[in-house]
Every structure is written in C-alpha cells, then in structure tokens.
Design a protein around this ligand. Structure first.
Ligand code: SF4
Length: 434
C-alpha cells in the first residue's frame, strides 16, 4: 500500500501490463462513490460522512475531472453498467446528478442499454426528485429500507420511517422506474423471527424486481459495536440469523423470487448486472473517495505466473480526494499521452492504494466471488481465463469441501450447496492464496 499522492516506483506498476488490456473491446463498469450522508447509521462502517454538504459542488467537480482523466485510457472500452453508491447518492441535487451523467457520457462510450443504478435513502427523496432522476438517465433505483418497523429503524439510526420507505417506493413506480431494489437487514439485536417475517412480507407485497437481504454484522468502530461492548444492547444471535435466512430463502422462492447470490433475489432476468460484474470478477473503474477498481493486464497463461492487472483505490477522505484530483489535473497528467493505465496510476495523486494481481490472486478471487453466485463458478470459463482447470487449481479443496457437503458440481459449474451458502466462509478461507 502507498499513501495518497506518493509516486509509485516503476517496479510496482509496469506499463506493459496494461497495453494488451487496453486494446481489446471488453466491457467496463463504473462505480461512483458519493460520500455524503445526513446522519451516520449506528451499524455503518462505509466511507460516508455526515455534515460535509458544503463539499458537494467541489466533490462533483473532482468526480467529473477524474472521469476525464481516465477517459483516454479506456477510450476503446464500452461502459455497460454504472452504479452510484455511497454514502447517500440521493442527497445530490438533481442538477449535480445531471452534471455527473453528462461528464460520464462525455468521457466514456456508454452502451445504449447501459444499466445505471442509483442508491437512495427513502428519507431523502420526493416525487419530483425521482422523476428528474429518471430523466437524467438513471434507470434502476435501490432503496435502503432495512426494516418496516419504526423502533428498529430508530435503533439503527435510520432517518426514515417504514411508511416513508413505502411512499418512496410508490413514488419511484409513479415516476416510471421499472427496476427497483429494496435492501433489508435481518437478525437485529433481540429481533424475534416474527418481526423479520412481517418486514419481509410487506416487502414482497410491494412487488420490487429485486431484493437484497443482509444479516446484521457488527463492524469495528461503529456506534453499534461500541454499544454492544458497553453492554447496552446484546449482539446479534447467529442461530436466529441462520433461521431467518433459511425461512427467507423458502418464502422468497414461494413468492417467485429467484435467488442468484447469497444475499440477492430477483424476478426472472432482473439480476443487478453491475453487481454480477463484481461476482464474476470482471473489470470496473471506481471513482470517488475510497472507491476500488479492478482492471486486467496481460495474461501469461503459458507460464501461469504472469501479472493479471491491478486492484487500486482512491484516498478515503473526501477533502483529500478533491485536493488530490485537483493536483493531478494541475500537474498536467494526461491519459491521452500514452494511452496506458500503468504510468497513469503512478501519476494519479488521488490513487492511494495499488496492488498488482498475480494469477493466483485472480484465480482465488474468481473462485470465491463466483461461489457466492447460485450458478457457481463456470468451469470452462475459468480454464479459458487462466489456462488451468478448477480441478488443477483447487482439486484438494474441492474434494474436502464436497465431502463436508458444502460444495457440489453441476452442469459445468462448481457451486455451494444450500448448506454451503450458510457456511460459505468455511469454503472461502480454503481458497485464499498462501
Ligand atoms: S445511509 Fe447508508 S452509507 Fe449512510 S450512514 Fe447509513 S448505512 Fe451508511
């Protein structure tokens, strides 16, 4: 890892790794991190901040500049999906969203059917806002609802009520959104099964195209972790969470939702295309404070040890991000000069972390992320990508986890069993590179 603005020594990032990747026409995704929130939720450890609204304009300037900096490097790629995440993107005034989408269209070739997703907090939207968002080019909206019980929402420090979440959903439908996701958290402290069931039943009754359900996890440094440490509230009960998960899987299947990832369900054909890129270990460019990227490099299948590209991330602090993007622009960094990302990564002041990817790292990521999907890891695609079969790479782990009933092989895929989805970490740790 290197600190923000530090110039990466040439040995760390070889421009040659990039040359080939930039000549194919493989698809690209964009992640845009919007770091603003009205209030920090008790459980949240995302890179988001309350009380920095004054930075909104300079932040959008920086985000647009960062897109322009990358544009020449990925000029022959086509953006198939874009995702506004955060943070709370819906705190951005529509004018700023329009500015970002305009800069995106100016900098990149956006596919005509590109999926443009936008995370929204139900406590921040109005009917007109949603209408204007759709007009600005957003075509999929994801509401962080978490619960329909007001006492649970208050315990999580959410800024909206259950009724307001339903109202926001109906406004989005009226505005014309045809693809809506709702996010929920189950297994809250002392949450009985029936209360979670009531929440999920209400969600099903609304009829969203997509549902994401996450078990509450306690993240270090959050207000909730602090309260649990002090004994003010009990921690979540893993057995209750497992029971809630199993009930949810059955209930959603019965309601016609297809589970396609450990925590995600949808109506047929309504998978989040952007998140599928992550789970298939595809390529994306992350822009904004703390945003991570994954771009491929050359493939050296013969030796099986070639560098496969990079993971890199922007500096976390929104203020530093704004300053450092400005410095990068002022330094005259110009992606058009060479058309290679390698030298550009060294010069991008806002890039705070760069990691070269070995074949072993990429194979492990492809296996672990792919196993999160119900379809699992495509055995032929794995071999095409790495020049090694899944069996050659992970035969021992597969045999062991199959014997535990956690993994199975089916229709040319390796995938988790129902039991494996509950105990996924038991499999994932075995796949990590030594
Ligand atoms: S709204 Fe989302 S990003 Fe913001 S503090 Fe709450 S959970 Fe975190």
């Amino acid at each position: 890892m290197r600190s923000a603005g530090e110039v990466c020594p040439p040995s760390r990032v070889s421009p040659n790794c990039y040359d080939n990747a930039m000549t194919d026409r493989s698809p690209l995704s964009l992640y845009l991190h919007i770091p603003f929130c009205t209030l920090k939720c008790s459980y949240c450890d995302f890179n988001s901040y309350a009380g920095i609204e004054s930075l909104m304009r300079p932040f959008v300037d920086a985000l647009c500049d960062e897109m322009r900096l990358w544009a020449p490097v990925v000029a022959d790629r086509r953006v198939e999906t874009a995702f506004f995440g955060g943070g709370t993107p819906s705190l951005l005034p529509v004018k700023e969203v329009e500015r970002i989408v305009g800069a995106m269209r100016g900098a990149f070739e956006l596919a005509p059917d590109a999926e443009v997703s936008f995370e929204a907090n139900p406590g921040t939207v109005e009917r007109d806002y949603l209408r204007n968002l759709l007009a600005a080019g957003v075509n999929r909206i994801s509401f962080g609802v978490q619960s329909f019980h007001d006492d649970e929402l208050a315990a999580l420090d959410r800024i909206h009520s259950g009724e307001e979440a339903k109202e926001a959903y109906h406004w989005a439908r009226e505005a014309g959104f045809e693809r809506i996701n709702l996010d929920f958290i189950y297994g809250l402290s002392e949450q009985p099964m029936e209360r979670w069931q009531t929440t999920l039943e209400q969600a099903i009754a609304l009829g969203p195209e997509h549902l994401s359900l996450y078990a509450l996890t306690i993240e270090e440094g959050t207000k909730l972790a602090h309260d649990i440490e002090r004994g003010r509230v009990p921690g979540p009960d893993g057995d209750v969470q497992a029971a809630m998960y199993e009930w949810s899987c059955e209930r959603l299947a019965h309601a016609g939702y297809h589970q396609y990832e450990i925590s995600n369900w949808c109506r047929p054909g309504e998978e989040c295309r952007h998140n599928l890129v992550y789970w298939r270990n595809g390529e994306w460019l992350g822009l904004g404070p703390g945003a991570h990227s994954h771009l491929a490099g050359t493939r050296n299948k013969e030796q099986g040890t070639g560098k496969m590209g990079y993971r890199f991330a922007d500096v976390h602090s929104p203020r530093r991000y704004i300053d450092l993007v400005r410095e990068t622009v002022e330094c005259g960094v110009d992606g058009a000069a060479g058309g290679h990302a390698g030298p550009l990564l060294r010069e991008m002041r806002q890039v705070a972390f760069v990691e070269e990817q070995t074949v072993e790292m990429e194979m492990a990521d492809t296996a672990i992320l792919g196993l999160r999907l119900n379809e699992g890891v495509d055995v032929r695609e794995f071999e095409r990508r790495f020049g090694r079969s899944v069996e050659e790479a992970y035969g021992g782990v597969l045999a062991e986890t199959e014997s535990f009933g956690l993994v199975e092989r089916k229709n040319g895929h390796v995938r988790l069993t129902d039991r494996g989805r509950l105990l996924g970490n038991e499999v994932f740790v075995r796949l990590l590179p030594p």
